[in-house]
Design a binder for this molecule. Structure first.
Ligand SMILES: NC(=O)c1ccc[n+]([C@@H]2O[C@H](COP(=O)([O-])OP(=O)(O)OC[C@H]3O[C@@H](n4cnc5c(N)ncnc54)[C@H](OP(=O)(O)O)[C@@H]3O)[C@@H](O)[C@H]2O)c1
Length: 296
């Protein structure tokens, strides 16, 4: 946070309901302060009711002098109808998590979850062009995952979800956008295991394993993990989930959800300010917010 907030302080924030639990204000304010920037990031709780509260809130951003805002549950999808320009990636993902107020007052929407998800995987060395993936889940984050994989050139994706119709709807939507890719819905546990033997990346985009349900896992204990395979869990609390622990024991290379969370925030920061924040600092602040041990 800046030492004092004045009429010149630039404002961004987090629109959602609830927002009190979020580490984003702490993470962004620490990064603004470290960079010597007179900016502040505020929690902006916006309920679903009365009707059109989200419309009133985003349309008011410019009038109140905000540079933009992050948008989280439950508004990521319904905010889209109030924006004048939406990036191709956000349209594919069907969700906006970053709004920018342009100089002319127009509102632009982007989705930094997609970049947050995929940049970690790419840096870790996974190749989308030659890779194949099994995505577990068909909710909002699964859409960001599929967008990241398919935009990067992955051409073999299987989707499994508890509610099969949701997986079918997801695959139908993405087939229309990425006709060159092979996409299949996987149903039974036996099919999930068979897919596990073939793909080189397994992504958990369900909420299974998340605190307090830390003893739940989206795949069976005998899932055929193998050496050289990749396991990516979007769940970030706890940092070491049952899914990753089993994958690691099976020889897979493991990626937790914390880095995606840091990077989606960092990318929003960059969109608003034109500067990349200190990623180590953001990571540390998020870990402290969640009560996790940090290295320094
Ligand atoms: N690391 C990050 O930056 C990041 C970003 C976004 C989300 N996430 C995490 O990703 C997870 C999913 O988030 P989301 O936004 O996609 O949520 P969502 O839209 O509510 O989707 C939840 C998904 O989990 C499945 N699921 C929930 N309970 C289940 C159960 N008991 N058994 C089997 N499947 C179950 C749902 O299946 P049904 O369709 O059958 O209900 C659905 O596929 C959360 O843990 C969230 O914290 C992390």
């Amino acid at each position: 946070m800046p030492e004092s907030i004045t009429p010149h302080t630039r404002k961004v924030g987090l629109i959602g309901w609830p927002v009190g639990h979020s580490g984003s204000p702490r993470m962004h304010n620490a990064a603004f302060a470290a960079a010597g920037m007179d900016w502040v990031y505020l929690p902006l709780p916006v309920p679903v009711n009365p009707k059109d509260r989200i419309g009133q809130a985003v349309r008011g951003l410019g009038a109140l002098g905000f540079q933009g805002a992050n948008v989280t549950i439950p508004h990521k999808r319904n905010v889209m109808s109030h924006l004048s320009d939406i990036s191709a990636v956000a349209r594919a993902a069907g969700a906006v998590n970053t709004v920018t107020v342009r100089d002319d007052g127009d509102l632009a929407g982007d989705n930094t979850d997609v970049w947050g998800f995929f940049s970690v995987l790419e840096e870790a060395g996974w190749s989308a062009h030659s890779g194949s993936a099994l995505v577990l889940g068909a909710g909002g984050s699964a859409r960001a995952v599929l967008t990241g994989l398919l935009e990067a050139g992955c051409r073999d994706v299987r989707v499994h979800n508890r509610t099969r119709t949701r997986a079918e709807e997801l695959v139908r939507d993405f087939r229309a956008l990425y006709p060159a890719a092979s996409m299949r819905v996987i149903g039974s546990e036996r099919e999930v295991s068979a897919a596990g033997r073939e793909v080189d990346l397994v992504v958990n985009s369900t909420s299974l394993g998340m605190d307090p349900h830390i003893d739940t896992c989206p795949v069976a204990p005998d899932f055929p993990w193998r050496s050289g395979q990749w396991a990516y869990d979007l769940v970030y609390n706890p940092p070491a989930t049952l899914f990753l622990s089993r994958a690691g024991h099976g020889g897979a290379r493991c990626i937790g959800g914390m880095e995606m969370l840091v990077r989606q925030g960092a990318r929003s920061f960059e969109i608003w300010t034109g500067r990349m924040p200190d990623l180590d600092l953001m990571r540390r602040e998020l870990n402290l917010h969640l009560g996790f041990q940090t290295d320094g």
